[in-house]
Ligand binder design. Structure first.
Ligand code: KG4
Ligand code: ZN
Length: 339
């Protein structure tokens, strides 16, 4: 089965062709980062216009890179939420028009289900894939959630952030440090040469026994420290990044360990843009070795937004007979729960 995935929920216009639900035939991502960087964050209206300009060329590249024609596709999977409403609409309307034109089924995919499916995408250094059920930590720019994953596209939420998402905290603190947008990856880079004990920052563990998160207090603490003096430079900047990253990572690891233990499921998947963070990846591997659970994290390319993961989640939906009608629409606040 050859499935075309289309992703336009935020600031990447992406299309990919996936074979058999896991073999990547093509993977095209047109990032809008440089356009939004001048505003210090994603401007929704600008994102929609950029998607409109690039979605067709990106799809054409994905199909031609895969060495196939539109007639060879068996179906189309498109992100229908959550995300920016105008951005999502560009992908969904394009997918429906294309599906109608080539006479192939379309399915709407929850972006979060896409992130959860990323761990099944085949790649060179892949070892094992997780069995079902498993526990998953989804950490991105908009979400920080722990899930019990029963089957593809069937999940139950175990806990979530009560305020900011982890990626949002990374981006906001990076902005205060003058690192530009998006800042998560810059903090990751600088943290590598910093001392994580240099700056004292809080670890918020709301409800010690539940699986929720809170990052707004940490963000405020970081902002207060920075407001008290000049923005650090050189080694001071690296130390601040390392300290902040450790504060986020510590909490993510503690709650993930608790979820694995509480659910008695020794298989943890970690996905979403923040799963690309090296501090988190290393720290989780140490925790997995100590506690004896298996850890599954996609390579960084499939942690951040891409269309391969949408095609992966969509392949499972198409295989189960799901079909969207021409009235498929977008839901910017779409949640993920038992379906
Ligand atoms: O999953 P994603 O690409 O988009 C959303 O669905 O939100 O996640 C983007 C988020 C941004 O906040 C970005 O700063 C963060 O992931 N991110 C990172 C790293 N790479 C991306 N955060 C920390 N370290 C990284 N290496
Ligand atoms: Zn995402």
């Amino acid at each position: 089965m050859l499935v075309l995935g289309i992703e336009t929920s935020c600031d990447e216009t992406a299309a990919a062709v996936l074979e058999g639900g896991r073999r990547v035939r093509s993977d095209v991502v047109a990032s809008q980062v440089l356009v939004h960087a001048q505003y210090g964050g994603v401007v929704p209206e600008v994102a929609s216009r950029q998607h409109l300009a690039t979605v067709v060329p990106v799809i054409r590249s994905a199909v031609s890179d895969a060495g196939v024609g539109f007639g060879d596709l068996d179906g189309i999977a498109v992100t229908c939420g959550p995300g920016l409403v105008g951005a999502l609409l560009v992908g969904v309307e394009t997918a429906k028009a294309l599906g109608y034109a080539i006479g192939r089924p379309v399915v709407g995919v929850n972006h979060l289900a896409g992130h959860l499916a990323a761990v099944f995408i085949e790649h060179a250094s892949m070892s094992a894939t997780p069995p079902y059920p498993h526990v998953a930590l989804l950490v991105s720019g908009g979400h920080t959630v722990l899930f019990y994953v029963a089957k593809p596209n069937q999940v139950r939420q175990l806990g979530a952030t009560r305020d900011d998402a982890a990626g949002e905290a990374f981006d906001k603190v990076a902005k205060l440090l003058g690192l530009g947008y998006p800042g998560g990856v810059q903090i990751d880079r600088l943290a590598a040469t910093g001392d994580a004990r240099a700056v004292k920052l809080p670890r918020a563990l709301p409800g010690r026994d539940d699986l929720d998160f809170s990052f707004s207090g940490l963000k405020t603490a970081a902002a207060t420290q920075l407001a008290a003096g000049a923005v650090p430079q050189g080694q001071g900047l690296a130390d601040f990044c390392a300290s902040f990253q450790a504060a986020v990572v510590d909490v993510l690891i503690r709650k993930s360990r608790r979820a694995v233990e509480r659910e008695k499921l020794p298989h943890l998947v970690v996905c979403g843009g923040v799963a690309a963070n090296r501090g988190l990846r290393t720290g989780l591997q140490v925790a997995a070795d100590e506690d004896g659970f298996a850890l599954y994290i996609p390579p960084p390319r499939y942690c951040t937004d891409n269309a391969v993961m949408i095609a992966a989640a969509g392949s499972a939906l198409l295989a189960s007979g799901a079909r969207a009608s021409l009235s498929l629409t977008v839901d910017p606040g779409l949640s993920l729960s038992w379906s």
